[in-house]
Design a protein around this ligand. Structure first.
Ligand SMILES: [Zn+2]
Length: 225
């Protein structure tokens, strides 16, 4: 599944067409994962339970999460317009103004092997320069600001999944204090949380690859904060 940025926010310009080309070098990739039990819900209801409505709800929950996250990025992303003065230990001083940022998101339901469970995730590619509203010129994206926004973006992503399945299926999630090491609450109604340990994390190698310095694996960045 590929969500076109234009369908989410007019604030974005398309960075590239994933049907035609690989991501261009030099952009930033932000990699959002989802609770393991979201993938389990989809896999189990599709393969073993013949419950297409549950599988559809899992896919729709992920799509809603992707859209919510892009809206959050659209309202947060700023451009560094004009001269900026470096100040040790603080954000550079200068003008941070809104503009249109090149962005393409590629959403996958799997990581590699089709025999594996579903693992919904998003690769959000963001160009490093955008067009400022104020003067129509290209200026650098405030990458440090995006990094500071990661927790908020991730919260939008996971909250949307939780809320969607709660509303659509009456699903229940584990308590906040029972989050997994990845920071996710998992489904306890239906009780899929019991299987999470059987499916260790796998990272998708699409895009710049899981070890690239141009890729932020959100789970890892948040763990270090
Ligand atoms: Zn992927």
């Amino acid at each position: 599944m590929t969500v076109t940025a234009a369908s989410v926010s007019e604030r974005f310009l398309p960075l590239f067409d994933p049907a035609e080309t690989a991501p261009p070098s030099g952009a930033l990739e932000v990699y959002f994962e989802t609770p393991v039990t979201l993938g389990l819900l989809h896999t189990f209801s599709e393969r073993y339970a013949d419950r297409p409505e549950l599988a559809a709800a899992a896919r729709a929950a992920h799509a809603a999460a992707t859209r919510a996250t892009l809206r959050a990025i659209a309202s947060d992303a700023m451009l560094k317009v004009g001269e900026h003065t470096e100040i040790p230990g603080r954000p550079p001083m200068g003008r941070y103004l809104p503009g249109r940022v090149p962005l393409t998101v590629v959403s996958h339901s799997h990581v590699g092997d089709p025999g594996d469970i579903d693992r919904f995730h998003d690769h959000v590619f963001i160009g490093r320069r955008g067009i400022a509203d104020i003067d129509g010129r290209w200026w650098p994206v405030d990458v440090d600001g995006l990094r500071r926004g990661l927790r908020s973006f991730a919260t939008h992503h996971t909250h949307q999944i939780q809320q969607y399945l709660q509303d659509e299926l009456g699903a229940r999630w584990s308590e906040p204090e029972d989050r997994t090491w990845m920071g996710f609450r998992e489904l306890v109604q239906p009780n899929l949380a019991q299987y999470v340990g059987d499916f260790p994390r796998l990272l998708c190698d699409y895009g710049y690859g899981s070890l690239s310095s141009d890729r932020w694996n959100v789970v890892n960045v948040l763990e270090r904060l």
